[in-house]
Design a binder for this molecule. Structure first.
Ligand code: NIG
Ligand code: FE
Length: 429
């Protein structure tokens, strides 16, 4: 017998995304829409998706079950933000103002600002401060639909401060309903004290930091900023191979500001994802299309840095690459906590269809984290992570810019956002 302790009844439109993962080409347009849908879960896992008649026949409702009337709502899987730099301290608003006066992101970085500013602030911060910053940001992300969030270190850039960032994530993970997928990104930048001896920094990462992160089981993925002036293709390959040998899964920052060949490298390494790709080459596109490495685009960066150039989303889809979208939430190049905004930028800046953009933040984003068996679609057996939006139809997710239509968020079968507000007893226990 199928049981339910939480029932979402009579959803106007339910986007189930049911079916195989990942999605390529036209597959990205299949949202598995069910009208007047019922969906139920027991102990956090989905047990039923379908029509009222079948629900009544097949499902036994537990005595203290929670019922949600969704007759005015559009339902869809919780968003998966597969690329964020969540645990940092400090603000870059002063540098943002400089950018508005005409300084470029790269210029600021050459003058010792940019990532370095955030490294200084993050090194100064206590772990508890990072924890509360993470919790506060996760609340905002959740209100805007994210139920799973990847989060990278990479503003510590030494043993103690990288570990501090990752421990802050581990603590936030215990105290917040959003699922956190931690990534160790000590190779985000070369710290100032190693500027003239990059090799020594690479050796430090491989010889000390990587083994410590592994020993303490603080990260699932390893990421490198493969970029001119940061880590070359050869250095990235070396770092990634060492990390893989140590047991990490891989993802890369690739071809963000220059066409260095990071996408090709990610495909060669069998990385889970190659991210950014604003400057990916035709060869890179072909390689990703033939691989299981997800092309994760971060349209917030082109938007926030006001770049003319955008990642070639349409070419990637047409070639057959697995496309995902993420926020890249960070203080410098994409200060965006809302996955709803990311969906909208996917459509307005990258020319995705609404269906493609939704697949790119749900099922394909789950695949980018290799969590597609757990989350990313609404199917029996998966986690009950669902958003209920006060909208006439799903296209209005993009058409109605500005107000946040997400009224309910259910995470692991628990109501964590009710009537557009975080449930008070849920906040930071
Ligand atoms: O993904 N590209 C490198 N890292 C971030 C930016 C980090 C920062 O500016 O603090 C990114 O864009
Ligand atoms: Fe990033």
């Amino acid at each position: 017998m199928t049981w339910a302790d939480l029932i979402v009844a009579n959803c106007r439109q339910l986007l189930t995304l049911a079916g195989p993962a990942p999605r390529r080409k036209r597959g990205l347009r299949d949202l598995g829409l069910v009208e007047k849908a019922w969906i139920a879960s027991s102990k956090g896992r989905i047990t039923f998706v379908g029509k009222e008649r079948d629900f009544k026949r097949a499902v036994r409702v537990a005595e203290k079950a929670v019922w949600v009337d969704a007759s005015e709502m559009v339902g869809l899987p919780g968003f998966i933000d597969s690329h964020t730099h969540l645990p940092f301290a400090g603000s870059r608003v002063e540098e943002f103002k400089l950018r508005l006066k005409g300084y470029t992101y790269e210029e600021l970085s050459r003058r010792g600002m940019g990532i370095q500013t955030t490294v200084r602030a993050t090194r100064r911060a206590e772990k508890d401060e990072l924890v509360s910053l993470c919790l506060d940001r996760l609340d905002k992300m959740l209100l805007h639909g994210a139920t799973t969030v990847e989060a990278k270190s990479g503003y510590g850039l030494n043993l103690a401060d990288e570990i501090k960032q990752l421990e802050a994530l581990a603590e936030a993970r215990k105290r917040h309903p959003v699922d956190i997928v931690p990534t160790f990104m000590g190779a985000h930048e070369v710290p100032p004290e190693y500027r003239k001896r990059k090799k020594a920094y690479v050796d430090l990462l491989v010889g000390s930091v990587l083994p410590e992160v592994k020993k303490r089981n603080l990260a699932e993925f390893f990421d490198v900023f493969c970029e001119e002036g940061v880590f070359s293709v050869a250095e990235t390959r070396y770092l990634a191979e060492q990390a893989r040998r140590a047991g990490f899964k891989l993802r890369l920052h690739a071809d963000e500001f220059t066409p260095l060949g990071g996408a090709e490298l990610a495909a060669d390494l069998g990385a889970a994802s190659a991210d950014h790709l604003i400057h990916i080459t035709p060869k890179g596109i072909r390689k990703l299309a033939r691989s299981e490495t997800v092309a994760t685009l971060l349209p917030g960066v082109s938007f926030f840095l006001m770049m003319e150039k955008k990642a070639p989303a349409r070419e990637l889809i047409e070639a057959g690459a697995i496309l995902a979208l993420a926020s890249d939430f960070n203080p410098g190049s994409s200060h965006i906590l809302s996955m709803l905004v990311v969906v909208q930028l996917g459509v307005f800046l990258l020319r995705l269809t609404i269906e493609e953009a939704i697949s790119a933040v749900t099922l394909n984003a789950a695949f980018a984290l290799r969590k597609h068996k757990e989350v990313g679609s609404l199917e029996p057996g998966k986690k009950m992570d669902i958003l209920l939006c006060d909208l006439p139809d799903y296209a209005s997710l993009v058409y109605e810019l500005g107000p946040n239509p997400i009224r309910w968020v259910i995470k692991n079968g628990q109501v964590v956002v009710r009537n557009g507000r975080r449930k008070l007893d849920e906040i930071h226990p």
